[in-house]
Design a protein around this ligand. Structure first.
Ligand code: MN
Length: 133
């Protein structure tokens, strides 16, 4: 079991992500208002942070930068989730602090595999390729 902070402004998506993670035995902390995310992370001490990129107020990029600048949270793996991955975005997300990203609408299998790999300490950046399915 891992503690996973999930930051996502879309109510249906955050329920999907948290239900999926809970079904895999993880403990989730959902955050729908990105302005609360950094404080929630400090309080929750997550093993993994999953964040949407397209967030109102604090964007996913800004949140990742805040996490990376926090002494206690800088080494927590981050998985970005985005509906708009374009060429070069993997570099942009990695530069901001993400180890991996998955595209929305998510592949449930890829989402779960990426979570497992990050929790195992793997380093990867996933694109929208469906080649492993
Ligand atoms: Mn969003």
């Amino acid at each position: 079991m891992a503690k996973i902070l999930v930051v996502e402004d879309n109510a249906l998506n955050i329920k999907l992500f948290c239900d999926l993670l809970t079904a895999h035995g993880h403990q989730t902390e959902p955050v729908t208002d990105s302005r609360d995310a950094l404080d929630a992370a400090r309080a929750f001490h997550p093993d993994l942070v999953i964040t949407d990129i397209q967030l109102p107020y604090v964007t996913g990029i800004e949140l990742m930068q805040q996490l990376r600048a926090d002494e206690e949270l800088k080494d927590v793996p981050i998985m970005a989730v985005t509906a708009y991955a374009a060429a070069g975005d993997d570099e942009r997300f990695r530069a901001a602090g993400a180890q991996a990203y998955v595209s929305k609408p998510i592949s449930v299998m890829r989402f779960a595999e990426t979570v497992d790999q990050l929790l195992e300490g793997g380093r990867l950046v996933e694109g929208s390729s469906q080649s492993s399915q």
